[in-house]
Design a binder for this molecule. Structure first.
Ligand code: AMP
Length: 633
């Protein structure tokens, strides 16, 4: 067996890199196998497998028909609607073709965008795969986002068609989607040609004649549709997924087709150690990158069954996930620390009543994994708990333990070592110098080329891609993750938080600027600052500090509570409840430097009851003192 260190070295060394990735490309079916492996002639833009031709849907569905047509492919479980349906690869193939035919009837073809704003239902997966089949570019928008978030994504991606549904459901409460979509379409300057709606019978829908169509009606017309896969160039985009940054405008992370398919296909054996025919259960949402890679594409490319779960982890009770592990003989499970912290509030007996002997390991990602959480779930499950660190931008793990290459010991608090393909470095943020000695804190950066599967660019904005990600470290063209990290003497990394104003609430990444812009839209708010504050359950929560135009409007506790509720409602309606601040504190001034720069770090420190550090540049020390006093009250 080759050691992981050698495996990793081969994957990044320019002398061996092409040979390494040629081998990995064999996990994938190509219409035309690539001869060009890594073209990095125009850094930082990497073109992987550039002359190869393939189709992502073929790799996820069609190629399994020969060997496993009757095997389970997609298991859609909803504890919200109490439904459970298993689609074999043959059935999935049929449904995807029906969906592809419907999209084609609206004129969707290669390169067109299709926005998918859907709850966790099988049709959302059909729509993603149907786009991939046609070479169309999907852009899934998380169902928890509201009208303004959705509208900005529609304007940016300019979809020809939007696929949506009447409603989602959360904790037994129906969450209508159609009114939000209509509102977003009212706000957006771009209008799609058609809206395709899945009617789940949960909420009434007003249909706009000529624009809105029901999936149920159209599906019936295309029952026997046969839509061949459109072969695309490896570098043709497969999808756009928006993510938050430090500006209010979300970035469209654009992914290619060939690099992504290879990266996912190779990650299944090397990182997860999977076999075709096994069952993968990833509890994320299709609106997030983890859902794209490890609910939909990764497990299907690997010929596994994948569970799509709509519902809470504790409803009807805290045993529901484990009942699915038993029922479907789940071998690989993937979740987030927040979900485990939710489960941890309940008795571990909920887990133990089920036969979990099929389960090989649990992977956790999206936010730091704290020791009590790791310990609790490890004792309860008695399987390895494997932390892994990555970003929407990369599409698959940057740091973890590649136990499929060589089993490795995990180290508490560390997501592991640099994954093959990633030339990870720690850099001094001021000088750009590489920190080669162990235990030095630096910015976690990746030397180009980024490996296959990572973002190609920001959709429609190459300059933003270069400026945002590659020019933040002085004197170096290197990709910044915007996370602080350290590395120990054995190559294990530890993540120490973000270097920018992005916060992480329950594994969901949010930009504080987006929330600030939303709150600032309230006519009574003059100024606002939002910071992330440590939280036992969600990792971080957003806390807002606002200055009102007329102090009389927040004169007493009752008025403040009213204003706070109004602000929260505004954020809910614009961005969605995920972005709602946990608290809105009304202050008379925000702490700023003499040059007028907001002292976010100081605000955050005070909110977390920490020492705010050096405040010599502060304009008015009473501002921070007031924040402290209000929080202590
Ligand atoms: P997202 O793009 O939404 O997946 O968010 C990516 C960010 O989440 C990273 O830049 C980190 O700040 C954080 N993150 C993801 N996974 C981990 C992990 N395993 N440990 C610590 N932080 C993580």
């Amino acid at each position: 067996m080759v050691s992981f260190a050698e495996f990793h070295q081969r994957s990044i060394d320019p002398a061996t890199r092409d040979a390494f990735w040629t081998e990995q490309a064999r996990w994938v079916d190509w219409a035309q196998a690539p001869q060009q492996i890594c073209d990095y002639s125009n850094p930082p833009f990497a073109r992987w497998f550039a002359d190869g031709r393939l189709n992502l849907c073929h790799n996820a569905v069609d190629r399994h028909l020969a060997d496993r047509a009757e095997q389970a492919a997609l298991i859609a479980v909803s504890t919200e609607t109490e439904t459970e349906k298993t689609y074999s690869y043959r059935e999935l193939h049929t449904e995807v073709q029906r969906m592809a035919a419907v999209l084609q009837s609206f004129g969707v073809e290669k390169g067109d965008r299709v926005q998918i704003y859907m709850p966790m239902v099988a049709e959302a997966v059909f729509a993603m795969l149907a786009c991939a089949r046609l070479g169309a570019i999907h852009s899934v928008v998380f169902g928890g986002f509201a009208a303004v978030s959705l509208a900005s994504r529609i304007e940016d991606a300019q979809p020809k068609v939007i696929v949506s549904a009447d409603a989602g459901s959360r904790g037994g409460r129906v969450v209508p989607y159609k009114p939000l979509l209509d509102e977003a379409l009212g706000l957006s300057a771009h209008k799609p040609q058609a809206v395709l709606l899945v009617n789940r019978g949960l909420a009434k829908m007003d249909l706009r004649a000529g624009r809105d169509h029901l999936w149920g009606d159209l599906r019936a017309r295309y029952m026997d549709a046969q839509v061949p896969c459109t072969w695309v160039q490896s570098t043709d985009p497969s999808y756009i997924l928006y993510t938050s940054g430090t500006t209010g405008k979300p970035k469209g992370v654009q992914r290619d087709t060939g690099g992504y398919t290879v990266a996912l296909a190779a990650s299944m054996p090397h990182i997860f150690g999977t076999q075709p025919g096994q069952t993968f259960f990833c509890t994320s949402d299709i609106g997030w990158v983890v859902g794209h890679s490890y609910i939909v594409y990764g497990p299907l490319i690997a010929g596994m069954a994948t569970i799509l779960y709509e519902g809470l982890p504790i409803r009807p009770d805290a045993g529901v996930w484990w009942s699915l592990v038993e029922k479907y003989r789940v071998t690989h499970m993937f979740s987030a620390p927040t979900a485990v912290r939710v489960l941890k509030k309940h008795d571990a007996a909920f887990l133990r009543q089920y036969d979990l002997s099929s389960l090989q390991a649990l992977w956790l990602a999206g936010e730091p994994l704290d020791e009590p959480t790791a310990q609790w779930i490890s004792e309860a499950l008695q399987v390895p708990i494997i932390d892994n660190y990555w970003q929407t931008e990369t599409g698959w793990p940057i740091l973890t333990l590649c136990n499929g290459v060589q089993p490795q010991v995990s180290r508490f608090g560390s997501p592991g070592k640099a994954v093959y393909g990633y030339n990870v470095q720690l850099l001094d943020d001021k000088t750009g110098e590489e920190l080669t000695e162990p235990d030095h804190k630096g910015v976690l950066a990746i030397e180009g080329p980024l490996p296959p599967g990572c973002m190609q660019t920001v959709w429609g904005d190459d300059a933003r891609f270069v400026k945002t990600y590659w020019q933040s470290i002085p004197g170096k063209l290197v990709y910044s993750t915007f996370d602080w990290g350290i590395r120990d003497a054995d190559g294990y990394y530890f993540i120490l938080g973000r270097t920018d104003d992005v916060i992480n609430v329950a594994g969901h990444r949010l930009g504080t600027r987006e929330i600030e812009e939303s709150i600032a839209a309230h006519p009574d708010i003059a100024e606002v600052a939002v910071v992330g504050v440590a939280d036992n359950l969600k990792g971080q929560v957003a806390m807002a500090f606002a200055v009102v135009r007329d102090a009389g409007k927040v004169a007493d506790a009752a008025a403040q509570a009213r204003m706070e509720a109004e602000v929260m409602k505004l954020v809910d309606s614009q961005l969605g409840a995920v972005a709602r601040p946990s608290r809105v504190v009304f202050v008379s001034a925000l702490p700023k430097t003499r040059s007028g720069k907001l002292l976010r770090r100081a605000l955050q420190a005070v909110a977390e009851r920490r020492d705010p550090g050096d405040l010599t540049t502060m304009e008015d020390p009473t501002a921070l003192a007031q924040v402290k006093q209000l929080l202590d009250a």
